[in-house]
Design a protein around this ligand. Sequence first.
Ligand code: PLP
Length: 280
Amino acid sequence: MIVENLIRENIKLLKPYSSAREEFKNSASNLVYLDANENPFDTGLNRYPDPQQNLVKAALAKIKNVSIEQLLLGNGSDEVLDLIFRVFCEPKVDTVIALPPTYGMYEVLANTNDVGLTKISLLDNYQPNVDEILKAQNSQTKLLFLCSPNNPTANSFNAGKIETLIREFNGIVVIDEAYIDFSSQESWIGRLNEFPNLIVIQTLSKAYGLAGIRLGACYSSTKIISVLNKIKPPYNVNQLTQQTALKALQNSIKTNNEIAIIISERNKLKTELEEISFIV
Ligand SMILES: *Cc1c(COP(=O)(O)O)cnc(C)c1O
C-alpha cells in the first residue's frame, strides 16, 4: 500500500500557514518579535508558544525512543484524531471503521467531518472480528480505529489480530493507546518502522493525570507526521500546557508510582467484585 495515495488531494497541494514563530529557537527567547505583534510587557505569557513544541517533543521522543519527526502533539488526542480525519477522509466520499463498544469520539468525529462510519462489533470476548473487518473494507475505507486497551471494555486486543489487521487493511490503522500505561502489553510505537500505515495515539490525560491541560500525541512515520503537521493550527498547544507537560515528563518517578498505585487498586477492586455473586 502506498500511503501517499490515501492522502486527500487538497491536502497534498496545501501550502501551510507560516507563523511568525515557525523559526522558533529557544536560544532566541530573549528577543522581541515585532513581526508577531506580541505585547512587549512581560506577563510570562505575552509570547506566542513554540508552534513545534520542541522541548516537549524532545522529552517525549526520548521516553518513547522515537525521533522528533515521528511525533505530533495536539490539543488533546481528540484534536489529533480530527487532524487524521482531515488528512485522509474526503467528506461524503470516504469511510472509516470502528469497533463498538468503543470510544465515542471516533463516531462524533466521523459525523462532524461528514465521513461514513462502518461499525463492526467486537466479538463476545471483546476481540476484533478480523474477518468481518477485512470484508467490510473497500477502496473508500481510509481509517480503522483500534482502541487497545479498549474503552469501555478495558481489555487489550490480541497482538496477532492487530498485526493481521495492520498488514491486511488497505488504509491507515489508528491504534488508540490512551490506557497503554496501565497495560502489560507493549506499545505499538516500538513497531512503527515496520508498518507505514500505522498511527499510534497516546495522551497525558490518563496515566499522567493531566486531562486538564489537553495534550495528546500521535506517533507515526515521518511522512504521515509531516502531513499532519502541515494542517495543524499553528499554535495548537498553548504555553501553559507545554510548561506543565515538560515538568511532568521530567518527573517519571512520580508518574510511575501513581500508575503502580492505580494498578494495585484496580486489582483490589477486581478481586472484591469477583466476590459478589450477582456480578459476572
Ligand atoms: C480518555 C481517552 C482519550 C483521551 O482523549 P484526550 O483528548 O487526549 O483527553 C483518547 N482515547 C480514549 C479511548 C480515551 O478513553
